[in-house]
Design a binder for this molecule. Structure first.
Ligand code: GLN
Length: 199
């Protein structure tokens, strides 16, 4: 069974750890660089990307995380985590630390005051026919994807809200709050594939 680290500096890491454990996976909070050593995959949760980025630097996690991701560590960013993974952010705060790993451009808080938080059913073919009920909380949208990036889901408006680039997964919404564990199972599948290939 793969071991998954959940970045536990800020945001809703507890919900991710709970979801992974319900699926029978080993899940551990990551707060220090050494917590990264024995993980087969990492989740960067939702929260506030500016705060989480600063804390990553304060805890000396940003560089080791960048290096592991560059070396192929399966990593899933949800909401703020997706912003941290993006190569480019339209409206990052000046000096906001980013991991810049996925070939995507995102827009923070893309859905404006009216629809800052909303829920909707998404069609996600990678998860099967059953729609995926998605919760968006001051979510980003993905405005541009590179050629190696697969679009997993869009809103009816056309906004891209779930992407995959090899072992990297990004969702603009919060799969850890709904009880539908299919995205967590999908990520475990990615980590188990990478784990089996490496051992
Ligand atoms: N708007 C937040 C940010 O910019 C993300 C919100 C979330 O993770 N729910 O980081």
């Amino acid at each position: 069974m793969a071991r998954i680290g959940v970045l536990a500096l800020q945001g809703d890491f507890r919900e991710h750890i709970g979801a992974l454990r319900r699926l029978g996976a080993e899940a551990h909070p990551v707060r220090l660089p050494q917590d990264l050593e024995r993980v087969d995959g990492v989740i960067i949760p939702g929260g506030e990307s500016t705060v989480m980025g600063k804390l990553m630097v304060a805890y000396a996690l940003d560089q080791p995380l960048r290096e592991r991701i560059q070396a192929g560590l399966p990593t899933w960013g949800t909401c703020a985590g997706l912003i941290l993974l993006a190569r480019a952010t339209d409206n990052a705060l000046l000096g906001q630390p980013l991991l810049a790993a996925m070939d995507i451009r995102v827009c923070r808080n893309a859905f404006g005051a009216q629809r800052e938080s909303f829920e909707t059913d998404l069609r996600v073919p990678a998860l099967g026919d059953q729609p995926y009920h998605a919760v968006f909380i001051r979510a980003p949208s993905v405005d541009e994807v590179g050629t190696g990036v697969e679009v997993l889901a869009r809103l009816e408006s056309g906004h891209i809200v779930a992407v995959r680039q090899g072992p990297l997964l990004g969702t603009a919404f919060h799969p850890e709050v709904t009880g539908d564990l299919r995205f967590h199972a999908y990520f475990l599948g990615i980590t188990q594939g990478a784990h089996a290939a490496a051992h």
